[in-house]
Design a protein around this ligand. Structure first.
Ligand SMILES: [Zn+2]
Ligand SMILES: [Zn+2]
Length: 127
């Protein structure tokens, strides 16, 4: 049992963190957004939100999760969470996500270097 993250109702948790009712509602919104995007290629986020009748944040959330992919909708964008530049997919713009990948790589190589050290430090003598 869990509380639905969206409406707060208690439900039998399967795999999503929202209840079946909300899954169904999201599915409807998702289909409407997709149809709207197809029919209004030049619409912006505000027009899309109004056209579908939902909060822009909900739509942005769907784009960030990768459930909605913007291909032919050049006017729909939202600010990157790091630098605030307009982006069309994920939470970060292309520049910031490339930077993050680089930082992660540096961090993980530092981590494995540390592991190596501590292994040597322990000194296993098999005799
Ligand atoms: Zn719910
Ligand atoms: Zn950015």
């Amino acid at each position: 049992m869990a509380n639905c993250k969206r409406c707060g109702r208690i439900y039998n948790r399967l795999r999503r963190d929202i209840c079946p009712q909300c899954v169904h509602e999201e599915e409807e919104i998702f289909l409407q957004v997709r149809t709207f995007l197809k029919n209004h290629r030049n619409a912006n986020l505000q027009e899309l939100a109004e056209g579908v009748g939902v909060d822009p944040d909900i739509i942005v959330g769907m784009i960030q999760d990768g459930r909605i992919i913007l291909r032919d909708n050049p006017n729909i964008s939202y600010p990157c969470e790091k630098c605030g530049k307009p982006t069309q997919s994920g939470r970060l713009c292309a520049v910031c996500s490339a930077e993050m990948v680089r930082d992660l790589q540096i961090a993980s190589s530092e981590l494995s270097a540390q592991k190596e050290k501590s292994h040597k430090g322990k000194g296993f003598y098999s005799r």
